[in-house]
Design a protein around this ligand. Structure first.
Ligand SMILES: Cc1cc2nc3c(=O)[nH]c(=O)nc-3n(C[C@H](O)[C@H](O)[C@H](O)COP(=O)(O)O)c2cc1C
Length: 320
């Protein structure tokens, strides 16, 4: 469904090419200073219109419609809306019959019996991550002094991201990337095992980001090839500080007070500029598909701030 959280609960609505989209935040404490300007830095970090990103550029002005009075949150649900203006819905008309391989056109059409909005990916679009970023701004404020940072470590398998983008553009192709996120000054003791350990809450939200297809905490999959004798994080202080941090700041699903860190893998966009083949679902015949419209060559470029946002939302649900 479209809600996440208990103490800090977000609900999203909207579609990529609908008139308006929004996020409602329940559980935002009263008295938090908040203004539209507070959102601009993080929204700008997700913005498009540069090399490797889509040429669809939205103004992304947050409309704070409820839950705010005299520049402070009231404790009532906070509602933040965004307009969709730079839309070209006709670019997507063909995808009902000839779904894009690797995209959600087929699965969404099956699930919602063809009533779903396919324009720009509809409700499943990466466009909705603007709402996550907005909720993340509020969550980050609540979490102070926790500091969350994320960065793109590599794109298309290369650390030199600009080169990888150039090659992908020249080939009419798309590339993915790996993002590393770290949350510092997270107190020890957050997390609710059995079913709400910290990893599962962050993972649930990470997989809500369209196109994220993997996550690993600490040394992740590499731990399976190591021995306990070299992997165990030795305690060096009574506050739980350890000499190493292979666990990524989490033991037993509970934060340890060491830096919490994880990496997510982002797939290459399904919408590529070169011709591909797909099946025409009406005729049952294979057909050539050339995807029109404006698309990201590497949408991982725009995701570090989104990954920060989901981390903040997940943590705000544990402790405020
Ligand atoms: C900010 C952002 C921008 C995206 N841009 C594109 C795009 O231009 N073309 C595309 O095919 N997919 C794009 N995606 C990914 C699709 O939204 C995603 O692949 C699709 O909704 C199916 O979901 P899945 O990949 O998680 O299965 C983008 C995702 C995000 C978060």
């Amino acid at each position: 469904m479209n809600s996440f959280g208990h103490l800090f609960r977000i609900s999203l609505f909207g579609e990529s090419h609908g008139e308006r989209m929004g996020v409602i935040i329940d559980g935002c404490p009263a008295g938090l200073p908040l203004a539209p300007a507070d959102f601009l830095h993080d929204l700008q970090r997700r913005q498009s219109g540069f090399r490797g990103a889509t040429t669809r550029v939205e103004a992304n002005i947050p409309h704070l419609c409820a839950g705010l009075y005299n520049g402070h949150t009231t404790g009532a649900p906070l509602a933040i809306l965004f307009d969709n203006r730079d839309t070209r819905p006709d670019d997507y008309a063909a995808f009902r019959d000839t779904p894009r391989p690797g995209h959600a056109d087929f699965t969404a059409t099956r699930k919602w019996n063809g009533f779903n909005d396919l324009r720009g990916g509809g409700h499943l679009s990466g466009r909705l991550t603007v709402l996550l970023v907005a909720a993340g701004v509020v969550a980050k404020k609540i979490l102070t002094p926790v500091v969350i940072t994320a960065e793109l470590e590599e794109a298309g398998g290369q650390a030199t991201v600009a080169d990888a983008i150039d090659h992908a553009i020249a080939a009419g192709d798309s590339i993915g990337g790996i993002i590393r996120c770290t949350a510092r000054q997270v107190p020890a003791g957050w997390g609710e095992p059995f079913f709400h350990p910290v990893e599962s809450q962050i993972s649930r939200l990470a997989f809500a980001i369209p196109g994220v297809n993997g996550i690993e905490f600490g040394d992740g999959f590499a731990a399976a090839r190591r021995r306990g004798s070299t992997r165990n994080d030795r305690f060096i202080a009574t506050d739980g500080t350890t000499a190493t941090n292979n666990a990524g700041g989490i033991n037993g699903g509970i934060t340890s007070g060491n830096d919490l860190y994880f990496r997510v893998s982002v797939k290459p966009a399904a919408s590529i500029a070169r011709p591909q083949q797909t099946l025409n679902m009406t005729t049952g015949q294979m057909t050539d598909l050339l995807i029109p419209g404006r698309h990201d060559v590497c949408f991982a470029l725009r995701l570090p701030v989104v990954v920060e946002a989901i981390t903040a939302i997940a943590l705000a649900d544990f402790g405020q």
